[in-house]
Design a protein. Structure first.
Ligand code: HEC
Ligand code: HEC
Length: 256
């Protein structure tokens, strides 16, 4: 009889498909739930959290009035950023009618508007400002727009997420949708969410924003990382942020 054999052959495929639907439909869970207790304790304690250094640096930059300029960020947004729109921050990246605006891009355009010039993407000062600004919205629920002009961009971002890369021929989805909870090189794989970023990474001893974390995973996959500011990294960043809709902002998180 042919039938049982065919059924048997189909079984692994079916199981994989089931696994895929079960995991993609899962509630988003913060990376916080997958890290060690000692790392959680470090994140929760403002004196222990190494990300607080970048936050302090961001606070200073926010309050300084550059030579020859009239205004600091604080002049418009309050010295503690209390006049920033925090629910608005939880919606970044946003679409302004022309295209995507990342939080860094918004900060840069504010700098340009008051004559301070923009900083190169992912410059440490820009990451410090990003950390400070995003921390103002800590506890806010991520709420990236998914309809309207965002829909086609998210589709492209999702394609990049499902594409196989590099020497190991895996997609982001393999690890972050199919294997959360499994261990790899002593680390527990999470769902690859964005709500902790910019975050302090203990492994490399540096503040890392979401785009850099994506680049680091691409390197891990032995693939050529998308360049800073490229369309690909922006689309992937948007998609990862939208997957995190519903999670609370934890910036600055501590991650391995
Ligand atoms: C002259 C006033 C002014 C200064 C100075 C200024 N901004 Fe803004 N900023 C604005 C306005 C107005 C908006 C509203 C959004 C827009 O630009 O359309 C805004 C929006 C923002 C947002 C988006 C969230 C929100 O509240 O809408 C962030 C983040 C931000 N600014 C950060 C900064 C940072 C960081 C600096 C300093 C490098 C800075 N701004 C300097 C006026 C200013
Ligand atoms: C071989 C497995 C693997 C693949 C493939 C992979 N990652 Fe990761 N990723 C990890 C590990 C391990 C970590 C660190 C532990 C964790 O948070 O999952 C991580 C962390 C992350 C984080 C940070 C999560 C947090 O809360 O700190 C993000 C975001 C992320 N990956 C995105 C991606 C993207 C986007 C891709 C595809 C370009 C990708 N990853 C591919 C293994 C992988």
């Amino acid at each position: 009889m042919m039938l049982p054999d065919k059924r048997l052959l189909l079984l692994p495929t079916l199981l994989l498909a089931l696994l895929a639907t079960a995991t993609t439909a899962a509630e988003p869970r913060s990376g916080y739930e997958y890290i060690k207790q000692s790392t959680r304790d470090m994140q929760d304690d403002d004196f222990e959290n190494p990300g607080m250094l970048a936050l302090e640096q961001g606070r200073q930059l926010f309050n300084v009035t550059p030579a020859g300029r009239e205004k600091s960020c604080a002049a418009c947004h309050g010295s503690e950023g209390e006049d920033l729109d925090v629910t608005g921050i939880a919606r970044y990246p946003v679409h302004n009618g022309n295209g995507l605006v990342t939080l860094q891009k918004q900060i840069n355009s504010c700098r340009e508007n008051h004559g301070d010039g923009s900083l190169p993407i992912d410059h440490p000062d820009l990451i410090a400002l990003e950390t400070f600004v995003r921390n103002r919205a800590a506890g806010e629920v991520i709420n990236v727009q998914t309809d309207g002009p965002m829909a086609p961009l998210l589709e492209k971002g999702e394609q990049l997420y499902r594409l196989r890369y590099g020497l190991i021929d895996m997609s982001c989805q393999h690890c972050h949708d199919f294997y959360p909870g499994q261990r790899i090189r002593g680390q527990t794989i999470s769902q690859g969410m964005s709500n902790g970023f910019p975050a302090y990474r203990l492994d490399i001893g540096e503040m890392t924003n979401l785009h850099q974390r994506i680049q680091q995973c691409l390197s891990l996959m032995r693939a050529e990382p998308f360049e800073a500011g490229s369309e690909e990294i922006n689309l992937m960043g948007l998609y990862i942020m939208s997957r995190s809709n519903g999670l609370k902002i934890e910036t600055p998180a501590v991650r391995y």
